[in-house]
Design a protein around this ligand. Structure first.
Ligand SMILES: Cc1cc2nc3c(=O)[nH]c(=O)nc-3n(C[C@H](O)[C@H](O)[C@H](O)COP(=O)(O)O)c2cc1C
Length: 261
């Protein structure tokens, strides 16, 4: 067993080097790798230890392509048009494309290549299993917060386990669940939370990502109002965030400047 310092250093290095990749090589990954990744997620925290998660491992190229096509058709379309409401440089990096919107949308839909990854893990949640937690966490008419909290915990452990095995992944948010559920025969009652493609990156490796400095996010004893952002400060923050993260995002998809006209 390593010392506490070694364990901490290993953990810090893992969380700093894990990063999202949005372009994958089709190269297969060893068979027992998926099992190892899932085993880590099994140990996630959840409200009252209710463990609402389930995972579908998809390796069949046809199913992966169907999932990707459904994602482009429903999710990308919705998100793309919503992003058009914002001023160009405030849009999510994926949707900062200057061409005619219809042409840009076609480009965006075609660009997502996560179906090329050798495997994707679909994270599901059964809200009934999460009944084990306090009733206040799923008050009728409000979010089932402990369900999504638990799923997020399991999902992040999947990402960390993937990175620990020298592989890369992407967090593919599912905003419209139904088309994916139909493809995978998922019962209506379940939540289809996330798709995580896993594979070797088809982009150059990168160093540390972008994060706010620790001193800006930590308060001691009481909330320090000097760190509180006014509404106007938040808008300035979002502009500076985009400036820092757009190049990182483009690199993770291997998008070159010429393609973003
Ligand atoms: C709740 C959440 C939603 C996200 N949605 C997406 C997504 O739909 N597509 C994607 O490519 N990345 C998505 N990400 C990944 C973030 O963009 C990424 O983690 C962040 O920019 C930091 O970069 P890094 O993962 O390389 O450190 C999401 C991450 C979280 C936690």
């Amino acid at each position: 067993m390593s010392t506490t310092t070694e364990t901490y250093d290993m953990l810090l290095s893992l969380v700093k080097t894990r990063h999202s990749v949005r372009k994958f090589k089709p190269d297969p990954i060893p068979e027992d790798t998926i099992e190892k990744i899932l085993e880590v997620a099994r140990w996630a925290m959840s409200g009252a230890n209710s463990q609402p998660w389930e995972f579908i491992v998809v390796t069949d190229p046809k199913t992966k392509k169907e999932l990707r096509d459904a994602y482009s058709e429903y999710n990308t379309d919705l998100i793309f048009w919503m992003e058009q409401q914002r001023e160009y440089s405030l849009r999510h990096p994926s949707y900062q494309v200057k061409n005619d919107p219809h042409e840009s949308l076609r480009f965006n839909k075609a660009k997502a290549n996560w179906h090329q990854a050798p495997a994707v893990i679909v994270v599901l949640g059964d809200g009934r299993r999460q009944w084990g937690t306090v009733m206040g966490a799923h008050t009728f008419g409000r979010d089932q917060s402990h369900l999504t909290d638990g799923l997020a915990n399991a999902s992040f452990l999947l990402h960390l386990a993937i990175a620990s095995l020298g592989l890369t992944s992407e967090w593919v948010s599912i905003h419209i669940e139904e088309p994916h559920k139909r493809i995978l025969d998922v019962p209506d009652l379940l939540k289809l939370y996330l798709i995580i493609p896993i594979g070797y990156p088809d982009v150059s490796s990168r160093g540390e990502g972008v994060r706010r400095p620790l001193k800006d996010m930590v308060h001691r004893e009481r909330y320090d109002m000097s760190k509180y952002m006014s509404n106007e400060d938040v808008i300035k923050y979002l502009y500076s965030l985009r400036e820092a993260t757009v190049p990182v995002h483009s690199a993770s998809r291997a998008v070159v400047a010429d393609e973003k006209k």
